[in-house]
Each structure stands twice: as C-alpha cells, then as structure tokens.
Design a binder for this molecule. Structure first.
Ligand code: FES
Length: 357
C-alpha cells in the first residue's frame, strides 16, 4: 500500500546558498510509525505544477534528537529540489512515507568501536545522522570523518559538525577535503583518489582498528574508496555505502533492459498489496512490473524509479524476473526473493509479487 502521510513542515532553513534543510512536525500518534534508525531515508511527495513528484532524502537528524530533518540540495533543473529551496515554507504540508533503508549498523552502548566515514556534498546527511547517534549512545566509540566539498562556504552543516567535535572532544576527528580552495596540506586539496586513500591509511587511519566504514556520495567515489580500503586490508563486510544520486539515466536503463535476455512478452502479473490482489498483463509499453502496474491503475509505492531507493521493493512469490539495475538491495535480500519492482522485468508467463513485505 502507498503509505504516505500528510506532514507539516515546521522549519525551512537555508544551510548554504544551494541547500535548505526541512524539519517535519511528526504528530504524536505517528511517532511510532515514523520511528527510524540512523542513516535511513524518507520519501517525500508533492504536487508541483500538476505533477506527482517523489524524491527520497536521507534523514540528517538522529533518533536521539526526537527530530525528523532532511537537507535538499538544489540540482540544476531538479523539480523537487528547486521547489524545496525556493517555494516551500514553514507550515506547508508534504506527503511523507515512513523511514526505511539499510544504511546502518545497530547501536551497541557497550561497544568501543572505531568508525571511519566518507561523504561528498549532500552525502553528509545520512553520515551526520550516523555520527550523532553512535557518539551519543556508544560512549566509548570514535569517528573520523572525511568530508569532500567545493569550498568552505559550500560545506553543509559545518557549524553543527564543529559543535559535535567540541561536545565529543577526542572522539570525533574531521578532515575537510576541498576541490576549489587550496590549503597548506596537499592531501586535503582535491577529490578522493586511490593515492590519497592510501596515504590516509598510512598516516591517519589504522585499518586494523576500524570496525565499520560508511560512505555516501556518487558511485565512482564510493567504489574508489571501497576498493582502496579493501586493498589496504579492510574487509568488504565492514564497508557500508549509500548512493545519493537519483538513479541511472533513462539511456542506461534502456541499455540495461536490452541486456535482459529472457524477457517474456505479455506476462500475466498478480500484485498482492495491502492483502488484496491486482491482476494485469504486461504490454510492450513498459518493461518493468512497477510501470506496468501503475499504467494498469495500481497504487504502489515508488520514489526514484532508478533502482536506488528500494521504496518499490516486493517479493517474488511465483515465476521469475530479472532486475535491470540494483543499487539498493543486499545480496541476502535478493536471495530471499526480494526485487525492485521498478527494475523487475518478467521472464516467465506468470509472475506473482507481494508488496506487503
Ligand atoms: S522506486 Fe526507487 S528503487 Fe524502485
């Protein structure tokens, strides 16, 4: 079932020239439903110029703050991001889906963990939530943050991050990397590169002592850092990452669809949602179950339609599908039959999928 709730925006604040944070007033009766883990995201929905626009944003607040906040960075031509930065005001309402996502490890108050975290630009949002939560609830854990931005002025949440450094003195170190401002330490000038990550692992990061690493940024950056840390000896199960881009381009999706070898034409699809069944037949206009179902009149949850957010996930109960792209589901979830319906191309005559998962 499409689980959106009308929620009041209690605060809109400019964080930088191109980024506004939105704080939501979650009513008492919905607080349990909107309970969340650090690093999770919400899907926002608004009617903008008559169009149903949905976007997922990571919560930058922490559950320990009893607060629900996201940051929306303006994207050139971005319908929702420009609306949020220019038009949305305090007291307005947005339709919001309760938080979801896998970008976290459980808090353990008795643990003494060493975390390293990497973020680029607005990729700081889930990372900030993770930092605040573990520092507050794990008194013996430490963080090292490596945060890439264009220049000092574009650093989102700089004041809050600096305040955290003071509050948790000795447990939280910050390294700002800037691409458009030169400073005295060459290591901190410019983007993350394999050489820089190697230098960090020689001088700043004691890989043997790292318990978990979180990375949020564009795909290229994530994989570069992951591979470099792997090479330095950090195992993959300690590296968690979240893409913040809005998904593959339509062109990439078309190519990925063409690569699905066993696409079945005219599959009879049964959708189970909210305990009810919905039946339709796939036609040539759409290659994936989500688009086919929406066109046939179903009301299903989705946001990015790019294989990133997992809002559209469902479980295959009968038949088979192939996913064009999957940036959101972990291997064990796929092994359990979960798929992203926006990427699921049917490959059998009949397919039954369950959205009540
Ligand atoms: S709608 Fe985001 S992964 Fe399908």
């Amino acid at each position: 079932m499409t689980d959106f709730y009308p929620i009041k925006v209690s605060k809109v604040q400019k964080e930088t020239k191109d980024c506004a944070s939105l704080t939501f007033d979650i009513p008492e009766e919905l607080k349990e439903k909107f309970g969340y883990k650090q690093g999770q995201h919400v899907t926002l929905k608004a009617m903008i110029n008559g169009e149903d626009v949905r976007r997922s944003y990571s919560l930058c607040s922490s559950p320990v703050e009893d607060k629900w906040q996201v940051a929306v960075k303006r994207i050139n031509g971005g319908v929702f991001s420009n609306y949020a930065n220019d038009q949305l005001k305090e007291g307005d309402h947005l339709e919001i889906m309760p938080p979801t996502g896998n970008f976290y490890v459980d808090v353990d108050p008795s643990a003494s963990r060493n975390y390293i975290v990497f973020a680029a630009g607005s990729g700081i949002t889930p990372i900030l939530s993770i930092i605040k939560t573990h520092l507050a609830l794990e008194p013996n854990s430490t963080f090292k943050l490596f945060y890439l931005n264009r220049n000092v002025k574009s650093i989102i949440f700089k004041e809050e991050i600096e305040a955290l450094k003071n509050t948790y003195f000795g447990r939280f170190e910050i390294f700002y990397f800037l691409t458009k401002e030169q400073r005295d330490i060459p290591l901190l000038n410019g983007r993350f590169t394999a050489e820089k990550i190697q230098e960090l692992t020689e001088k700043v990061i004691n890989v043997a002592n790292v318990d978990d690493c979180f990375i949020c940024g564009p795909e290229e950056m994530i994989f570069l850092i992951r591979d470099s840390l792997n090479q330095a000896g950090l195992s993959s199960d300690k590296i968690h990452y979240e893409l913040f881009f809005s998904g593959a381009s339509e062109e990439d999706q078309r190519k990925a669809a063409a690569a699905v070898e066993h696409k079945f034409e005219g599959t009879e699809v049964t959708i189970i949602d909210g305990g009810k069944e919905f039946h339709f037949a796939m036609d040539d206009d759409y290659d994936n179950i989500l688009d086919g179902a929406l066109a046939a009149g179903a009301d299903l949850p989705f946001a990015c339609k790019g294989g990133v957010c997992s809002t559209c996930k469902c479980k295959v109960l009968d038949g088979t599908v192939e996913m064009k792209i999957n940036y959101a589901l972990e291997e064990d979830e796929v092994a359990k039959g979960l798929v992203l319906s926006c990427q699921a191309v049917p490959t059998t005559e009949k397919v039954v999928v369950d959205f009540d998962v």
